[in-house]
Design a protein around this ligand. Structure first.
Ligand code: SF4
Length: 384
């Protein structure tokens, strides 16, 4: 079945839905679980109590999502984890249920005629539906993505609303940003046509339309995908090439680099997945390697030393200058945020402003350093 979260991939690689699918827990699904649990608890016990159980890295995000901070909804007209279905033949849009855990077919969806998807939060105003979704890590999805247009369109049509507001809260590197998109009834019709076309192409493509791209990263069919296997084999053969980087660079053009870079990214994804799969296998079945070593579980003792104790001992034995030169006190942003989170919850104040104010105090007394590092990497053209 095509789901909302797979639409971008299916649009690029239609045959990906026709290969066997293998489940995989991603960072996104971990965050989804945290937010899902927070919403459930917030509805049952109130936001303050629910925030107590939220890990520090998701706290700011959950505070923004706190029910009190949502746009004005009709009383009681918001819900978490709402599942929808869109029928590609009749264009009917309907709610399948809430908290159904992606069990779409068990809740009435048709396995081939429906496209299904769930929204993290759905709210209703007089005229519009408001769909809120969370993205974590390096997801590039924005409100114009197929997934969000699907959710906005199908939710609005299911509840008879003429507009949809789609909001994405993106959690990245401890910062939360909010992206807003809007759809009206003309756009609903275009989205429905687009969805039906994607489903038609996917259903009729068999396994002949496999396209290796960045979409492979979270593709559940990757372990059994012949296109990916071919690419890995080709890489293995190329690995024996005697060409140096300078030889290769001399032959490249802008278009060549564009293609090679896309291939490199797809290859890295494949290699990560191969490494993950090999380690998973070897965790229960150690594998002797050709270099005489073994890939398998390995017990190691790692000693860590306490900076405070070392500083004190060094100072006593060799003087405080030696101790200061050797021992560096360390603090991580994660631990600091966790401590600030407890203080915010204890004081009943929002985490974001408390955190901002504390970081400003750190900077004011010269407690933070910003280094400028120049590296060759992908970046938005505005930074170029
Ligand atoms: S791994 Fe890539 S090429 Fe293979 S089915 Fe998935 S998206 Fe398509």
């Amino acid at each position: 079945m095509i789901t909302a979260s797979s639409l971008e991939r299916v649009a690029v690689c239609p045959s990906s839905v026709n290969l066997p699918q293998f489940g995989r827990v991603t960072e996104a699904s971990t965050a989804g679980n945290v937010i899902h649990k927070f919403m459930e608890e917030a509805c049952a016990k109130g936001t303050t109590a629910a925030l107590e159980n939220v890990p520090a890295e998701f706290l700011e995000a959950c505070q923004i999502l706190a029910l009190e901070s949502l746009p004005t909804f009709q009383p009681g007209a918001f819900a978490a984890e709402v599942a929808f279905a869109f029928n590609i033949n009749t264009f009917e849009c309907r709610e399948l249920g809430r908290n159904i855990g992606r069990e779409y077919v068990a809740h009435g969806a048709h396995p081939t005629n429906d496209i299904c998807g769930s929204a993290d939060v759905v709210g209703l105003t007089d005229d519009a539906v408001v769909v809120i979704d969370w993205k974590t890590g390096y997801s590039h999805q924005d409100p114009s993505s197929l997934q969000m247009r699907f959710l906005g369109t199908v939710a609005a049509q299911a509840y008879g609303k003429s507009e949809a507001h789609v909001l994405i809260y993106r959690l990245r590197d401890g910062e939360v940003s909010r992206l807003h998109g809007h759809l009206d009834c003309f756009q609903f019709a275009a989205v429905q046509q687009e969805l039906a076309a994607i489903e038609r192409v996917a259903n009729s493509s068999g396994t002949s339309s496999l396209v290796v791209s960045e979409q492979c990263r979270f593709c559940p069919a990757m372990p059994g995908c012949p296109a990916h296997a071919r690419m890995v084999n080709a890489l293995a053969l190329e690995g024996g090439s005697a060409l140096t980087a300078a030889d290769l660079a001399a032959t490249l053009t802008v278009d060549g680099v564009k293609r090679a870079w896309a291939l490199k990214k797809a290859a890295e994804i494949a290699l990560d997945r191969i490494s993950e799969a090999c380690k998973l296998f070897a965790s229960t079945t150690p594998v002797p390697l050709d270099n005489g070593k073994v890939l398998g579980p390995c017990e190691q003792e790692k000693e860590s030393i306490d900076a405070g104790v070392v500083h004190k001992l060094l100072g006593k034995e060799y003087g405080v200058e030696v101790a200061d030169a050797v021992v560096e006190m360390a603090v991580s942003k994660k631990d600091l945020d966790s401590a600030l989170k407890s203080q915010a919850v204890k004081a009943g104040t929002p985490f974001a402003p408390l955190k901002r104010s504390f970081y400003e105090k750190i900077r004011a007394v010269g407690g933070s350093r910003v280094r400028t590092v120049i590296s060759v990497r992908e970046h938005s053209s505005a930074k170029g």
